[in-house]
Each structure stands twice: as C-alpha cells, then as structure tokens.
Design a protein. Structure first.
Length: 147
C-alpha cells in the first residue's frame, strides 16, 4: 500500500493493483490493473473494501475487469439470513467485558461475519453480494433486523 499524488491510494498485490482517487465526498475513481489489462470506474467509497478483497484473491481478481458492482451486504442480511442478531449482541457484550478484544469470527453459512480491531466485516460465501465493512463497538446502536 502506498500513497500517490492527489491523495490517491495504491494497493498492490502480487500481479494486481488498485488505485483509489477521491472524486467527491462519497465517491472514488478506481483504476484496476490485472495482468496488464486495466479498467477505470467511478463508484461509492463503500465499494473499496470489496475491490481490495477481490484483487487479493487469485480466483476473484479477473472479475474486476468486468466488475458488476454488486449490492453490498448489510446488517439486515446477516441478521435475517444467518440469525446473526444474537451473535452480534454477544460480540457487543464481549467488547464490554474485554475492550482489548481484537479479533473474533462470528461465522455464518452463506454470510460470514468477522470482527477485526473495531471493524465488522461481512462476506458473502457465494459471492453474489459484495463484502462490506462497518465500524463496530460495544456501544453500536441496538442490533435488530428492519425487514
């Protein structure tokens, strides 16, 4: 990872590179280079983690050249698909009792959840939805499905 001009950010993997450059308050221009082929797209900043994850996985990186801009996973998806409400509440309780907790896998069948240093990562095991990240702590708002 390195910083470029105009506050851009470069993420370099073995053969793939993504460059993120701010386009507006909530969007970025992302240039992806994979095996000497490239693509440049403008998208919301919330897609950055999904892109980095895809270029870091050998079997997913080629999909970036035709990035479908999937729907990103939401808390509701984890709660309704995986019954994750209790797991999220348990994580909040763990964080209350142990503020130094740095990692915890919450699991899941289709939607996998993992806590890592204040960030909750939601991944779709079937790859039909995009990976999403949320700030998460013991005082995060009450976890309840809205659907």
């Amino acid at each position: 990872m390195s910083y470029g001009h105009n506050d851009s950010l470069f993420v370099k993997m073995q053969f793939e590179t993504a460059c993120f450059e701010s386009a507006s308050y909530d969007s970025v221009i992302c240039a992806v280079v994979i095996d000497n082929a490239w693509r440049r797209i403008q998208l919301k900043k919330s897609y950055c983690f999904d892109i980095v994850e895809r270029i870091s996985c050998n079997h997913l990186c080629k999909s970036m050249l035709s990035y479908p801009k999937p729907t990103l996973l939401e808390f509701d998806d984890y709660i309704t698909e995986e019954g994750g409400e209790n797991l999220l509440l348990e994580l909040q309780a763990d964080l209350l009792h142990n503020p130094n907790l740095s990692q915890k896998k919450l699991g899941g069948n289709r939607i996998l959840a993992e806590y890592y240093f204040g960030i909750l990562i939601l991944r779709d095991n079937l790859l039909s939805a995009g990976t999403n990240v949320y700030e998460f702590n013991a005082l995060s708002p009450q976890i309840k499905a809205t659907t």
